[in-house]
Design a protein around this ligand. Structure first.
Ligand SMILES: [Zn+2]
Ligand SMILES: [Zn+2]
Length: 408
């Protein structure tokens, strides 16, 4: 065990000492708080201030942390205690992580076990233990192509909203692979810096579709009075537009089985789909479709909202003092780097190739248990109690995930 961690530490050390692998500087380094997790001692060093990126790089090469973070916030005194830091503003940051997305693979490869009572299960780790309400779990999680694909879909929805509804340009949206199984989106411009936690919560609600009222107030009032004016309508902006596009997409691609799965048991939707798309969705004559009531439109809209909302980690965006993993540093659970790429490349960017930090060498490891995985263009596994010679990056990942040890 010790030998294996020591070997990974050596690899991390080589990475941070390599003059070619320069960790990029975040904007305004001198106004940020930095923090890092000590590799061997497992404690978090916080409230560090660096006036230059060079100073930080030297510390990384010297201390070799397992994980490195900086504040999204800008402070007058980043190295002071929290209440004396002097908050000047904060980047707007979004975190999309397979941890928060119900994927079809997490039931297969993710396990959790309550530290207090031993309750265990598969799938997403609950906030609190259903047996004893404790909130500490030992987890064994994996990152597979399906996890990445799910996170990518959520990121695409988020980026679309930030561009089309909030009006950010593509070059204002900095997109990163997180180093594990998700994506980060940073917006660092002046206009977002001063937003307080409440304003950020409004943005989160918009992105997740929370509290979205599909019928406007007036329509609702009329419905209550039963004046016969039960009208359904969608305009052409924001969520209304998104719901229309989603409806069209669903009707064109779904079968009855798909509709039933989302609680829509109305044959008229599929039988009249061409008319619905033309007359209702495109021309706005919602009441002209026989057999489709306001209640059905609402249900359909609700279902599209579920599909089109982005499953971001809401806490990260609203916390104006948040520490976020630093670009170019290694993730302690994978040995992959957090890495930036252009927003327009989201679909083509392959984290399991591009984020690989260790490109050279191989080592013999004893693997207790690992599913099939793909790294740096090579597919490996599954393995069970086997001694195998693996490329460095794969060995680092399995050891970080406590599924392998260096073979003696
Ligand atoms: Zn428990
Ligand atoms: Zn997965």
């Amino acid at each position: 065990m010790e030998t294996s961690r020591e070997w990974v530490y050596q690899k991390f050390s080589e990475y941070y000492k390599d003059p070619a692998a320069k960790v990029p500087s975040p904007p305004n380094t001198e106004q940020r708080e930095f923090g890092y997790l000590m590799f061997k001692e497992h404690f978090m060093v916080r409230h560090r201030r660096f006036s230059t990126i060079t100073g930080l790089r030297a510390v990384l090469a010297d201390t070799v942390p397992s994980d490195v973070y900086h504040s999204c916030a800008y402070y007058e005194n980043p190295d002071y205690d929290m209440d004396k830091k002097g908050w000047l503003g904060s980047d707007l940051v979004f975190d999309i992580d397979a941890d928060h997305i119900p994927t079809s693979c997490n039931k297969i490869h993710d396990e959790f076990r309550c530290v207090k009572c031993g309750f265990s299960g598969r799938g997403i780790t609950p906030e609190t233990c259903p047996c004893c309400e404790a909130s500490k779990f030992n987890t064994k999680i994996w990152a597979c192509d399906l996890c990445i694909q799910s996170a990518r879909e959520e990121a695409a929805k988020l980026l679309e909203m930030l561009e089309n509804d909030f009006g950010f340009s593509q070059n204002e949206l900095r997109v990163f692979f997180s180093g594990h199984r998700g994506y980060h989106v940073h917006i660092e411009n002046e206009t977002v810096r001063s937003l307080d936690a409440m304003a950020r919560k409004e943005i989160v609600d918009y992105v997740t579709g929370l509290g979205l009222a599909i019928l406007d107030k007036e329509t609702k009032k009329k419905r209550k009075r039963r004046s016969g004016a039960k009208k359904f309508n969608l305009h052409n902006f924001g969520w209304n537009r998104r719901i229309k596009i989603g409806m069209q997409d669903l009707l064109l691609n779904a079968n009855m089985h798909d509709l039933k799965a989302v609680g829509l048991n109305n044959k008229a939707l599929l039988e009249n789909k061409d008319t619905i798309i033309k007359r209702a969705i495109l021309e706005g004559k919602w009441e002209s479709i026989n057999g489709v009531s306001v209640a059905t439109w609402l249900k359909l809209a609700e279902c599209i909202k579920e599909k089109q909302s982005s499953k971001i980690d809401t806490v990260v965006t609203t916390d104006i003092h948040r520490l976020i993993r630093m670009n170019g540093t290694l993730h302690g659970k994978t040995g992959l780097k957090k890495i930036e790429f252009p927003a327009k490349n989201l679909q083509d960017f392959d984290p399991f190739t591009e984020a690989v930090a260790f490109k050279k060498g191989e080592i013999k490891v004893l693997i207790s248990d690992a599913p099939e995985f793909r790294l740096d263009g090579k597919t490996m596994g599954p393995y069970k109690n086997q001694t195998v010679t693996l490329p460095t990056a794969a060995a680092v990942m399995l050891i970080c995930k406590r599924r392998a040890e260096v073979a003696q």
